[in-house]
Design a protein around this ligand. Structure first.
Ligand SMILES: Cc1cc2nc3c(=O)[nH]c(=O)nc-3n(C[C@H](O)[C@H](O)[C@H](O)COP(=O)(O)O)c2cc1C
Length: 379
């Protein structure tokens, strides 16, 4: 990926750790962990993570986020159901060709034995880190609720963690856990589960600052994440509603977390990672990307996307990404409406290129985003 001069200078000049070292803003979050983010044996280039999002963070999008400054990317979840492993959907999710390490795969399920088998299956296909999903609000596996529903049954949650760790540890693969603050407002048990998970050998915990009951409604709260961070020795990652450099700084201040995970705000805006990194390092804001840079990134993303999904599925599933990129841009809505008539990769690529060329006639750089609107629309 090519970058304009401002961004190239930023990337070349300093690593994230170095720029954080130079950062002289007062922030209680500048713990050594934040400078030297490590999961098991893996050192990460920085502590800004792209969140796993089923149907969004496929390999092409993860790679794009990394190119734009994300230090770590977990795959979309893979079900622990064996009967799904041969499906096209799962085979795409377990394909990590050309992906830079560490390759982290998230698994979802409700049975300890199936989850440990799923861990081994993914390790055999290149996974270097296994993440257990206790964060997704609406995933049914084996006719039982998996994901964050596991937080309702602490004993089962722990048995799953223990089984997965037992399968991964002999293979030298760290296990991480992603969860919510709890099942519901009156049952916020993230701290209990996080402590037990650490005890059982989990090496990093991510907490999304909502309960399962909330789904994606309301606002993320960070007190529970702060409590988890204060209680654990392993790295803790804060997640939920981080949609701007200022918000990133605020969440770091409130939680003291070792890393930040960003989901919806990266949809159509993968450069948010370098924007946040730059702001945390310098207190200043990077200029928005040049239209020419977005043009290149978007066309490259589409090519990679078609490469993974093929023409028929790829053209359809690329529409949501294109829609996100063009959100809020002049003529973006009209383009989205027209785009549904385009059936081939060639047509879609040509239309996007034409749109971007017309946009470049109107502006050099993208406009500043209204973050609140961006998140609302991404749901
Ligand atoms: C479309 C979509 C798919 C998601 N899929 C997963 C998933 O597969 N596994 C998971 O742990 N969380 C999943 N999540 C939750 C995100 O990882 C993240 O915790 C949540 O979106 C909050 O972060 P954000 O406010 O930065 O978006 C998903 C979220 C969205 C919006």
């Amino acid at each position: 990926m090519q970058m304009d001069d401002t961004h190239r200078a930023y990337h070349k000049r300093l690593s994230f750790a170095e720029i954080l070292g130079n950062y002289n803003g007062a922030s209680p979050s500048r713990s050594p962990h934040f400078l030297f983010m490590q999961i098991g044996p893996y050192s990460l280039p920085n502590a800004l993570f792209v969140a796993p999002m089923a149907g969004v963070t496929d390999r092409p999008f993860r790679q794009l986020c990394r190119q734009f400054g994300a230090g770590y990317a977990v795959s979309e979840m893979v079900s622990s159901r064996k009967d799904l492993w041969h499906t096209l959907k799962t085979s795409r999710r377990v394909n990590h060709e050309g992906e830079p390490g560490p390759i982290a795969v998230q698994i979802a399920g409700t049975e300890p034995a199936m989850m440990s088998e799923a861990a081994v299956y993914n390790i055999d296909r290149g996974a270097q880190i296994i993440d257990i999903n206790m964060g997704c609000p609406a995933k049914k596996v084996c006719h039982k609720w998996a994901g964050s529903a596991l937080m309702q049954d602490e004993a089962l949650a722990l048995r799953i963690v223990e089984a997965v760790v037992a399968a991964c540890a002999p293979r030298g693969v760290p296990v991480t856990l992603k969860m919510r603050t709890g099942w519901c407002q009156s049952h916020k048990n993230a701290l209990t589960i996080a402590r037990a998970a650490e005890q059982a050998g989990v090496q990093m915990v991510t907490v999304h600052g909502r309960t399962r009951e909330q789904g994606y409604k309301g606002e993320a709260e960070y007190d529970t994440i702060a409590a988890v961070k204060a209680a654990l020795r392993i790295p803790v990652v804060a997640n939920g509603d981080i949609d701007s450099p200022e918000k990133a700084r605020e969440v770091l201040r409130k939680t003291g977390a070792d890393a930040l995970m960003i989901g919806r705000a990266a949809q159509g805006r993968p450069w948010i990672f370098r924007e946040i990194g730059h702001h945390l390092a310098t207190g200043e804001h990077l200029a928005p990307p040049l239209v020419a840079e977005l043009r290149r990134a978007l066309l490259e993303h589409l090519q990679d996307h078609y490469g993974l999904y093929g023409e028929c599925t790829g053209v359809r599933s690329a529409r949501k990404h294109i829609g996100w990129y063009l959100r809020g841009l002049p003529g973006g809505e009209a383009f989205r409406a027209r785009m549904h008539a385009l059936q081939t990769c060639e047509q879609q690529l040509a239309a996007v290129a034409e749109y971007m060329d017309a946009l470049a006639q109107q502006m050099d750089r993208l406009p500043l985003v209204n973050d609140g609107v961006a998140l609302e629309m991404a749901l």
